[in-house]
Design a protein around this ligand. Structure first.
Ligand SMILES: Nc1nc2c(c(=O)[nH]1)N[C@H]1C(S)=C(S)[C@@H](COP(=O)(O)OP(=O)(O)OC[C@H]3O[C@@H](n4cnc5c(=O)[nH]c(N)nc54)[C@H](O)[C@@H]3O)O[C@H]1N2
Ligand SMILES: Nc1nc2c(c(=O)[nH]1)N[C@H]1C(S)=C(S)[C@@H](COP(=O)(O)OP(=O)(O)OC[C@H]3O[C@@H](n4cnc5c(=O)[nH]c(N)nc54)[C@H](O)[C@@H]3O)O[C@H]1N2
Ligand code: SF4
Ligand SMILES: [Mo]
Length: 762
């Protein structure tokens, strides 16, 4: 067993030039370094060789899709996937002695990095009211305690059940079934803070919340946009798909506020030439856009396409498709023609020539795909931005055909699947009807609380019991001080987790840690060894089989914990056979197959190599929207106002972290080493602000309401960020994101658009 570090890592910043390419041999070496620090060579090998293979472990990292069976590489994983899996397979353990030694008040002062590095949780623990220590508790007592608190609530709506997207379909289905049978739709999830804006925009305009493309489509596109995403770090195998597309002749346009390494060159570690050669250039064009400028960019492109059609009638727009498959074109076109170039260029920070060059790329391309992620969804006008991307795709019929479409690139490995099987506070009636018909109870109909509204409700005492299934809610949710105060006001907070994180240290009166098996581990139940299923970003549902010995004999699976909690709370009835679910996950999949369209005959179909691809109505020319057609929309925008002396801050991920969990203090591709307390700013902005490299500053968020939000002790790093913007790491800067600073319509926190000033601290 490896020993965890006892000391906090020392901050000692060094800065080197940002890298101009991603992956290749150093990436592999870095993955192994992190792995071997965590675990043993044997375990590293077992995990990695079965990862993303048929019958193997699904990578617990991002939701990127696997190539078709038969086309997979022997090493079908990336540097970061290797880190994520070994972070779970670590041989470090947290025992009851650890909690005896470390009071909760001390753990609450520890860094996110240190908490995670202590290793895997091994047995259920409780912190009782008035105590400053977690102490051991049996599973039975823990679940009875939680069930007792739930039953004592005046209303089921006084409970909230949070899910993070690593949870399997089976566990997620049991959780939402339990919550609804208990009587609430309070099912906030990480997706509320991730792709909620995509869901709303796509639902409205196309009638489906999901992306429309497959990996095959990417390989055969002529033109691919990468908007507001950093694939080299967050979806590394996307680079392999982009490489293939390029070899097939595709052009790539990257739109970003930062010139990320993965957008420039890619050296494929799976290919000999990737190791020794120059690699493949990824972006043919880089648009160094201002933060929040993407709506203006796509509106400008759309205007240019309309004008190109005026000049060459019948040659530019997909007239027949627009006629047969869409609604609202005339109103949209009238609006788009009125967009003023001055506003548009100011909002994007680009030149007209740059945008016209992209128009020419578009005009030369038969098949266009737009990929996007958090740089788009985490802004105030994210929903209109994505609607405008849909307008852009519709204009030339780039939907519903091979090599074209919309590609929201999902984060967590099963965040999309969790939604498919019912994790959403606003599930539509047809889903709730199917649940009623299958299980014989009437699910509650009023919408439940999303993540932001859960924080508000906890703060106001309207939610008293919080159960988090995976994730790290107090670090993922905005406005850390407010969110933590909200959490502390609960009667009871409980977390089903693999590893220790800050959410365990910010406790309600009573707090429970319910440790669980990770995806890498064998899951043995009464009905034999179980596997689970997940859905990737391309709507492919497939299996994941744990291989390793569980981190502790006292761990229960997520399904077992949730089924037992349901049994303790609601009792077993013939209609709700919780024991059966726990014993054999096939029984859960049977139920899913009758509730979720597209997953019929789930048990049989999902075990075929490659699994099931869920149908997307758009690809069949069906649009379940208000008009029954794909909808053009009119979108207005206001330029983000950045008063002099201020910057628009984005909170983002380093190369060495998984969401709220930093693995090291480095961010290799950006040339940042030894510290995360940095703020990256354009040198010209620094000069204007009278700041210089290495200056120490506090980041102060500017927002109405009289509360000061301050993140202390940052070092200034000159960096080619677009003018007027700044970048710093999440979750350290989470404290700056006001709870009320949300995207219109989706209520998603605007984690990429926070107005700040930098206050020198000498
Ligand atoms: N290694 C690793 N992989 C991960 C994760 C992780 O933490 N670590 N997290 C997973 C999850 S849950 C998610 S959601 C995804 C996140 O994947 P990404 O969306 O790639 O993640 P972020 O680090 O938030 O980076 C956002 C990108 O958008 C750019 N950007 C910011 N503002 C703007 C803007 O206004 N316009 C444009 N065009 N660009 C902008 C930033 O410069 C940055 O490149 O990654 C998943 N994969
Ligand atoms: N400021 C700011 N805030 C953001 C973002 C941002 O870019 N900026 N990004 C947002 C996004 S996109 C997302 S997705 C959220 C992420 O928010 P979350 O999904 O809530 O956070 P994670 O950091 O992924 O959660 C890590 C924890 O999950 C637990 N865990 C890991 N694996 C398992 C498992 O298999 N089972 C169980 N039960 N537990 C497990 C471990 O205990 C670990 O400590 O944060 C959001 N918040
Ligand atoms: S690209 Fe994503 S899913 Fe694939 S190995 Fe890397 S982290 Fe895992
Ligand atoms: Mo995410």
């Amino acid at each position: 067993m490896k020993k965890p570090p006892r000391e906090e890592p020392k901050e000692d910043l060094t800065v080197t030039p940002p890298k101009t390419w991603a992956a290749g041999v150093p990436a592999v070496v870095h993955a192994l370094e992190y792995s071997l620090e965590q675990t043993s060579p044997r375990e590293t090998a077992v995990d990695l060789l079965t990862m993303n293979q048929v019958g193997g472990i699904d990578c617990p990292g991002c939701a990127w899709a696997d190539p078709a069976p038969g086309h997979r590489h022997r090493n079908e994983y990336c540097e970061n996937g290797a880190k994520h899996i070994n972070d779970e397979a670590t041989t470090r353990r947290i025992t009851r002695e650890f909690f005896r030694e470390h009071p909760v008040s001390e753990l609450a002062r520890r860094s996110d990095l240190w908490l995670n590095q202590q290793g895997r949780l091994t047995e259920p623990m409780v912190k009782r009211p008035g105590s400053d220590h977690y102490e051991p508790i049996s599973w039975r007592d823990a679940l009875q305690l939680l069930a007792g608190e739930l039953k004592a609530l005046a209303s089921p709506d006084e409970a909230a059940f949070y899910t993070s997207g690593r949870v399997s379909n089976e566990a997620a289905f049991v959780l939402q079934l339990f919550a609804r049978a208990f009587g609430t739709n309070n099912l906030p999830d990480c997706s509320n803070m991730c792709h909620e804006s995509s869901g709303f925009a796509l639902h409205e305009t196309l009638g489906t919340g999901k992306g429309t493309v497959s990996l095959e489509d990417l390989h055969h596109a002529d033109l691919i946009f990468l908007v507001g995403q950093n694939p080299g770090t967050n979806h590394p195998r996307q680079l392999s798909a982009l490489e293939e597309a390029k070899l097939n002749g595709a052009r790539i346009v990257a739109v970003n506020t930062l010139p990320e390494a993965g957008l420039r060159r890619f050296k494929n570690p799976q290919k000999p030439r990737g190791i020794v050669g120059q690699g493949v250039q990824i972006a043919d064009r880089f648009l160094h856009i201002r933060p929040g400028g993407d709506l203006a960019l796509f509106q400008g492109l759309n205007r240019l396409l309309l004008e190109a059609e005026d000049a060459r009638p019948g040659e530019v727009l997909a007239r027949e498709f627009i006629e047969s498959d869409t609604s609202g074109f005339e109103e949209f076109a009238e609006h788009a023609r009125q967009v003023g170039w001055d506003d548009l260029l100011a909002a994007t920070g680009l030149t007209r020539a740059e945008i016209e060059a992209v128009r020419d790329d578009v005009l030369r391309s038969e098949r266009v795909i737009v990929c996007w992620a958090m740089g788009v969804t985490q802004h105030k006008h994210a929903v209109p931005t994505i609607r405008e991307i849909v307008n852009f795709l519709l204009l030339r019929g780039n939907l519903g055909r091979a090599g074209a479409g919309a590609c929201p690139v999902r984060g967590h490995s099963n965040v999309q699947g969790d939604r498919t099987v019912g994790i959403w506070e606003q599930m539509p009636d047809h889903f709730l009807d199917a649940l009623r018909d299958e299980f014989g109870f009437e699910p509650p109909r009023p919408h439940g609380l999303d993540s932001v509204n859960t924080v508000k409700a906890m703060h106001e005492g309207r939610v008293k019991v919080f159960l988090g299934v995976a994730g790290n809610f107090v670090r993922a949710a905005p406005d850390s001080d407010f969110t933590e105060a909200a959490m502390r006001r609960c009667h009871l907070t409980a977390h089903v987790s693999t590893k220790l994180n800050r959410s365990h240290t910010v406790c309600g009166g009573t707090a429970l840690i319910l440790p669980t098996l990770g995806r890498t581990e064998r899951d043995l139940q009464a009905g034999g060894e179980q596997f689970v299923t997940v859905e990737n970003s391309m709507s492919e549902v497939h299996t994941s089989h744990g291989k390793l010995k569980p981190a502790s004999p006292l761990l229960l699976s997520e399904v077992a914990i949730l089924s037992r909690l349901a049994r303790h709370t609601l009792g077993t009835t013939p209609d709700l056979p919780w024991e059966e679910f726990e014993a054999d996950y096939g029984a859960i999949r049977d139920r899913i197959s009758r509730v979720v369209p597209g997953l019929h005959d789930f048990n049989r179909r999902v075990t075929r190599p490659g699994g099931i691809r869920l149908p997307n109505p758009v690809n069949e020319g069906v649009y379940p929207t208000a008009t029954g057609k794909a909808m053009f929309t009119r979108n207005s925008w206001e330029m983000p106002q950045v008063p002099e002396g201020h910057l628009l801050l984005q909170t983002l991920r380093s190369h060495d972290q998984w969401n709220t969990i930093p693995y090291t203090l480095n961010d290799r591709y950006r040339g940042i080493h030894g510290s995360r307390q940095v703020v990256l700013v354009n040198p010209a902005d620094l000069t204007a602000l009278g700041l210089a490299e290495g200056d120490r500053v506090d980041l102060v968020s500017v927002w109405d309401g009289g509360v000061e939000r301050r993140a202390e002790g940052f070092q200034v790093v000159p960096y080619p960020a677009s003018r007027g913007s700044a970048a710093a790491y999440y979750p350290e800067t989470q404290v700056l994101v006001p709870l009320d600073s949300v995207a219109d319509i989706s209520n998603q926190p605007t984690s990429k658009g926070i107005l700040v000033r930098l206050e020198p601290t000498g």
